[in-house]
Design a protein around this ligand. Structure first.
Ligand code: C2E
Ligand code: CA
Ligand code: CA
Ligand code: CA
Length: 278
């Protein structure tokens, strides 16, 4: 309560009026959000071809004091801009790995934890140390960690980025190239960086039924990835038809609303518990 009144003085009372949250980026108090634990991770399951559970992807939400759940598109760009992404990114790493440890401690089936890393996080390297440290101190098998990295970070061919990715790779952590096909995909990224998984963007999955070109692109991506020894995840699977097309193409991992939306940790715990008993 102390903190709240102090905050009100600084930011003004308008801060707590619900309509203020929708558009004013300067009313987004990220410091408060961290201190008061307003960020929360939801987890979206990923399945294997045989429909068994493979892992989850951690996706951040912001539980505002007015009860509204703010989606990442609404605040990740700001925290990337103002530099808070480093602190929030570290919180995401710690929270998701502690969650994974907790599931393992409960004797639940091991799942791979997917963590999104913003290109901006590559401007510093503390998070790499943090992940490697957490893996050791929490005794998490490194192959249960999959970092989802978008190709934006690879564009400038920065040797430091390569070094960071190599360190992670050497530690046994899996690397996934996220949103593949949407930005400036060049084949050299697949040649020069040691990715384990390629993640096909939802924009291709979405059009499988109606657009032959999308189907051809997905087929080509899968053939290329498989020949290079990479596994493929398709995101945004919403329909039976999309699923059967992707299965027919031996796409290793599948994720999307057809299976499950991102859910709170407790819901995933239940899901994993039912898995054990069934
Ligand atoms: P992304 O990494 O491409 O994540 C997939 C987004 O697609 C998620 O939205 C997910 O809820 C949504 N999605 C998954 N399956 C389906 C589907 O079948 N249909 C539809 N229509 N949507 C689906 P979300 O959670 O709003 O996240 C949006 C983006 O925000 C993410 O895109 C990612 O770029 C970023 N983001 C989310 N969490 C984090 C985080 O912890 N760290 C960082 N750096 N970025 C994050
Ligand atoms: Ca992702
Ligand atoms: Ca994605
Ligand atoms: Ca995407």
């Amino acid at each position: 309560a102390m903190y709240e009144s102090k905050n009100n003085k600084i930011k003004g009372f308008r801060f707590y009026e619900p309509h203020q949250f929708s558009n004013l980026s300067d009313s987004m108090d990220f410091e408060r959000a961290i201190k008061r634990n307003e960020f929360v991770l939801h987890y979206q399951p990923k399945f294997k071809l045989d429909s068994s559970l493979h892992g989850v992807e951690a996706l951040i939400r912001w539980q505002l004091p007015n009860g509204k759940l703010l989606m990442p598109d609404k605040f990740i760009p700001q925290v990337e801009e103002n530099g808070m992404i480093h602190e929030i990114g570290n919180w995401i790493i710690k929270t998701s790995l502690i969650q994974l440890r907790s599931w393992l401690d409960q004797g639940l089936p091991p799942v791979v934890m997917g963590i999104n890393i913003s290109p901006k996080q590559f401007q510093q390297n503390g998070w790499v140390d943090l992940i490697i440290e957490c893996t050791k101190s929490l005794e998490i098998p490194p192959e249960l960690i999959e970092l989802e990295i978008t190709e934006g970070v690879l564009m400038d061919h920065n040797p430091r980025t390569l070094e960071m990715l190599n360190r992670l790779k050497m530690s046994g952590i899996k690397l996934s190239l996220d949103d593949f096909g949407t930005q400036f995909s060049t084949f050299s990224y697949l040649r020069d960086y040691a990715f384990d998984i390629l993640k096909i963007d939802r924009s291709f999955t979405k059009d499988i039924e109606k657009d032959e070109k999308s189907r051809i692109i997905i087929e080509s991506i899968l053939t290329l990835a498989h020949r290079l020894g990479l596994a493929v995840t398709a995101e945004g699977v919403e329909t039976e038809a999309q699923l059967s097309f992707l299965k027919g193409m031996s796409c290793e991992y599948l994720q999307g609303f057809y299976f499950s939306k991102p859910e709170a940790a407790e819901t995933i715990t239940e899901m994993l518990t039912n898995y054990v008993s069934s």
